[in-house]
Design a protein around this ligand. Structure first.
Ligand code: UDP
Length: 246
């Protein structure tokens, strides 16, 4: 079997019931085999967007793996009678993959975020995992005019794993347009993960993450995000009404 089974679809988007370790396992198999596998870290904001945006929905439908990143996704699945085993947060996946990459010799490219952030992210991960092979770091831009230049950088660096931090949906659409041309076997849209690892943004404390309240801490710290965060209650409401389009 080349891809994991879909546990359910929400707003037309397949969600895979994978744990962190299974996610790392799939990524490892794909890197060994080659090809171009896209991984998306799906939260309620993704799903609300996919509901209205056919291009983004198609992008997630075609991804090899849509991991449940967001307590709202687990909650919605539960309301639909499906118990997903684990929340797999993109911000946790990046350091876990850096450890695996260091152990298995994968070359990792860090693309996106503000200038200097990808370099700082790579430097911190290298400190934690000195055997990590950094293929490259580059901020660039998700604008399609820049695609050829960025693809060439990633390709020339002989990258195995490409982490793209342009936020959703730009990072995921970038991967859909370009991953197959980069030579990287796996590409993942990692949102704000580089900002957390580089220390440019603070992650909610562990206790809040464990209680499923990371979104609340983020709302308190970054109140200007409230409009975006309305996606969560709207999403739960639509699921409760059974209007999630599935
Ligand atoms: N970002 C970027 N270029 C853009 C838009 C966003 O490099 O045109 C970066 C931004 O600097 C941040 C990351 O994308 O590091 C994710 O942003 P955000 O926190 O909005 O994403 P989320 O984690 O909510 O998906």
């Amino acid at each position: 079997m080349d891809t994991p089974n879909t546990a359910l679809t929400l707003m037309g988007v397949p969600i895979h019931d994978v744990t962190m370790e299974e996610t790392v396992g799939w990524i490892g198999r794909w890197i060994e085999k080659g090809g171009a596998h896209q991984v998306a870290t799906v939260n309620p904001e993704f799903l609300m967007r996919a509901r209205d945006d056919a291009e983004f929905r198609a992008c997630l439908e075609q991804a090899s793996l849509c991991i449940p990143d967001g307590i709202g996704v687990l909650l919605a699945a539960r309301l639909r009678g499906c118990r997903l085993r684990e929340r797999v947060a993109g911000s946790d996946l990046v350091p876990r993959l850096a450890r695996e990459a260091a152990a298995r010799g994968w070359r990792v490219f860090f693309l996106g975020a503000a200038p200097g952030i990808s370099e700082e992210t790579a430097a911190r991960l290298l400190k934690a995992y000195p055997a990590l092979q950094i293929a490259g770091c580059y901020a660039g831009s998700p604008h399609p005019d820049e695609d050829d230049d960025l693809v060439e950088r990633v390709r020339a660096a002989r990258s195995d794993l490409l982490l793209v931090a342009y936020g959703a949906p730009k990072q995921d659409l970038w991967l859909r347009r370009n991953l197959h041309r980069t030579g990287a076997a796996v590409g993942i849209g990692v949102g704000g993960s580089f900002d957390f690892i580089a220390g440019a943004a603070r992650r909610a404390p562990r206790w809040a993450q464990r209680l499923g309240l990371e979104w609340l801490v983020r709302l308190i710290w970054e109140p200007w995000r409230w409009r975006r965060q309305l996606a969560l209650p709207k999403f739960v409401w639509l699921i409760l009404l059974g209007r999630d389009g599935d």
